[in-house]
Design a protein around this ligand. Sequence first.
Ligand SMILES: [Zn+2]
Length: 294
Amino acid sequence: MTQTPRPSHQAPGIHHKAVGDILVTALNDGMFDASFAFLAGVDIPTAEQMHRGAFRGIPPKVAVNSFVIRQADKIILIDSGCGTNFGAGLGILEANLATLGIKPSDVDTVLCTHLHPDHIGGLVDSAGKALFPKAELVVHATDHAFWGDDATLAGATSDMDKGFVALARSTIAAYANRTRLLTSGEAFPGISIVPEPGHTPGHSGWMIASGGESLLIWGDIVHMPGIQFRRPDAGMVFDVDGAQAIVTRKRVMDMVATDRLMVAGMHLDFPSFGYVQKAKEGYAFIPDIWTPSL
Ligand SMILES: [Zn+2]
């Protein structure tokens, strides 16, 4: 008797969302086992208890997502996932792009939320060569300046920090002749940068607006959804300015809850589209429901 094939993986992590005339597609780059030791402001027993209470695994699983924006005839990527920097379970963005029929050479622009390796790792190969041969890089001027600053390089003492700085600098170099720096306003019609400093100095979200609909792709406002909605005062040890990151997280959550604005994020559970609601303790995330047509 032949056995019915039994899959070991989900279908490709691809999910579309129409925002007016703009098509936004979430692409999962993989998922990694994180550690509650990455948290700042919440002790490990409390974090474990919160995860058990929310039916979430221990250690915490953190998704890595990127987004493709199709606007008019442009193909725009927001962040590029991990590339080859975090092992085999991550870096599947390129395969997911191929499933959509998009080759790296088709990508016109890469908008960055910030220059951390799980966001820019897919932009260069191990030799530092640009993997998107014609794409323009758009990044907040403050993040670009911070990671390119020799003082940031000199201040990196741990191997992890040195690796972060090295990858940011090689990415800056690889795209040097096709980089656009922004601090406010639109990168394209309906696609605006939203400064959200703290996690990194120029960390930014991207607001997508078309036909009366809006979506804030908020980057790394949340890394651990099982903790930081209830406890927006919980940060990450990777935050460059932890106090500022908390102020920003609270401000952004309050804004999107008040405005009933749809959000998506690089570390929210795939596909990550949803809403934020004030809760008894902190906030709650309400996932957008799946619909078959856009
Ligand atoms: Zn990140």
